[in-house]
Design a protein around this ligand. Structure first.
Ligand code: FAD
Length: 489
């Protein structure tokens, strides 16, 4: 009758599947988050995500205190541990003498291995392990093809997903927890409650507070309230990086400071009533489920191409490829939209979806570099980094994935720029050295008349790089690269 809820990607109190399940079965429930050194040890000492988590834990601790007070228990607090989760969770379960540990599913390969190890240790000690769905609307084997296999193409998956929701609208219901079960802080066992500071865990403060990314459930609520009035126009605005089109909720979805059910509940009725903005946004949430189920069914995509025939692709290697990769990472390829996007990533930890497609295409199709190198760079810098979505996005752009961009359709970085940042407002923000150029020259400064460049104070090669590759030639090389594969196959 005592239970521990182990939070991971569900840093909130409302609509929390594991907490609701624990509170319905147990008389006393504690919530714990482990700052897992198996993960943290691999990160740089300044990492916005670690700070985001830390701030969100403070927020969650506050929510727990309030919920406790309302339920008549003044000492409810969040337990935060720092160490390897594989050891911390069983140790805490023993200390608190709980009969069960509840957690939400996490289908990343490393998380599955960790949870397998923890649940085995617990089982040996007679403690039950319960894991429940929380992070997505439909998961694992919930949306399958007529013949019982996993979907590999998005549109039929989406149709089946919507059909299932139609049949099972309770999938979006809030998971309400009985807060009376929240147990008081066990001071005799744990001393006084405290969320560790960044310094306590060996990390440094970042510029997170200066970014427009408010933390915790409060931050998610703020972003959602800001987005909902824009939802109706999402389909028209979402492709333009200089426009405030999308929700900017991805980091909150990643860490579960907002519930996916709550977001889907906001969009689904509007989508059904014919709002194309809401149905386009709902589609994006379905893409998220799609990539999660894909990783679950095909964990090999974490290191290999979804389509095995593409594993034989010969990406460029050697010093020249490294030089080009470096230029891409640092935002000095000479293609202004690509550079603006890559600088946005480093400066803010966010990149607009259209630009993720453009930069991923540029690395793989213009620079000929293996998609895994770009995937790793995004994983390092994205605040919303999520293995399933990032891998899915990269394999889409590299044409190696399921339902991917066909390999013979190659984004032209200049045309993309003219189409999606027509006045160059986004480019000017992140590539200020080109701000003096007019709308016609900004997208491809090497085509600008010399007089115009010098009037704008730009010398190519000095103030801003000349293009590192010629797009038309690069495109030909990429077509050959893929054709060679076809011939070999
Ligand atoms: P909105 O447009 O408001 O969309 C709402 C939510 O839907 C997002 O927060 C996200 O959770 C989900 N979503 C939207 N588009 C996609 C998509 N294509 N695939 C999966 N989920 C989606 N998204 C991540 O969350 N983490 C990643 O690491 C990630 N890496 C990507 C890498 C590449 C190469 C590409 C092309 C896309 C990647 N995406 C990733 C998907 C998408 O770009 C981001 O989810 C989106 O830009 C986040 O901004 P937003 O919250 O304002 O999105």
């Amino acid at each position: 009758d005592r239970a521990l809820v182990w939070c991971r990607r569900d840093l909130r109190l409302e609509d929390h599947s594991a907490l609701a399940a624990a509170c319905s079965r147990s008389r006393q429930v504690w919530m714990v988050f482990v700052l897992d050194t198996d993960i943290l040890d691999l990160l740089p000492r300044q990492d916005r995500r670690v700070e985001f988590i830390r701030e969100s834990l403070v927020d969650l601790d506050g929510q727990l205190q309030r919920a406790g007070r309302e339920a008549g228990s003044p000492d409810v607090r969040l337990i935060v541990r720092h160490g390897p989760a594989r050891q911390e969770v069983p140790a805490l379960a023993a200390l608190l003498d709980v009969q069960a540990v509840f957690a939400a599913h996490d289908d990343e390969p490393d998380a599955l291995a960790r949870d397998g190890a923890v649940s085995q240790t617990l089982a040996r000690r007679g403690v039950a392990w319960h894991s429940v769905k929380d992070h997505v609307v439909f998961e694992r084997r919930e949306v399958m093809t007529g013949s019982g296999g996993p979907y590999g193409v998005f549109t039929p998956y989406k149709n089946a997903w919507l059909k299932r929701l139609q049949a099972e609208p309770q999938a979006l219901e809030s998971r309400a927890a009985r807060h009376a079960a929240l147990a008081a802080w066990p001071a005799t066992l744990l001393g006084s409650p405290r969320v560790p500071t960044l310094a306590d865990i060996g990390f440094e403060t970042t510029d997170l507070a200066q970014l427009r990314l408010p933390t915790g459930s409060q931050g998610a609520a703020q972003l959602l309230a800001d987005f909902l009035p824009r939802l109706a126009r999402y389909d028209q605005t979402r492709d333009f990086p200089a426009v405030k089109g999308p929700s900017y909720l991805s980091t909150h979805l990643r860490f579960g400071t907002v519930s996916i059910r709550q977001l889907a509940r906001s969009a689904w009725p509007l989508a059904q009533a014919g709002s194309s903005g809401a149905s386009t946004w709902l589609s994006e949430l379905i893409w998220r489920d799609f990539y999660h189920q894909l990783l679950h069914h095909h964990p090999r995509v974490a290191t290999h191409c979804y389509k095995p025939e593409f594993d034989a692709l010969r990406w460029d290697e050697g010093p020249e490829a490294e030089r080009l990769l470096q230029a891409w990472c640092e935002g000095r390829t000479g293609y202004p939209l690509v550079d603006a996007a890559m600088r946005q990533l480093r400066q803010t930890g966010y990149m607009h979806n259209r630009l993720r497609m453009v930069t991923a295409s540029f690395l793989t199709k213009d620079l000929g570099v293996d998609w895994r190198r770009g995937e790793a760079w995004f994983a390092r810098w994205l605040n919303d980094f999520d293995l399933a979505a990032n891998n899915g996005g990269w394999q889409w752009a590299a044409s190696t994935g399921c339902d991917a961009q066909p390999w013979f359709r190659i984004f032209n970085p200049v045309t993309q720029s003219q189409k999606f940042d027509p006045q160059g407002r986004f480019i000017r923000r992140y590539v200020p050295e080109l701000a003096g150029l007019d709308e016609r020259s900004l997208h491809a400064p090497w085509t600008a008349p010399a007089g115009l460049l010098s009037a704008a104070g730009v010398a190519l090669g000095r103030d801003y790089p000349a293009p590192v590759v010629d797009h038309a030639q690069a495109r030909e090389r990429t077509l050959q690269r893929f054709k060679a594969l076809d011939a070999a196959g």
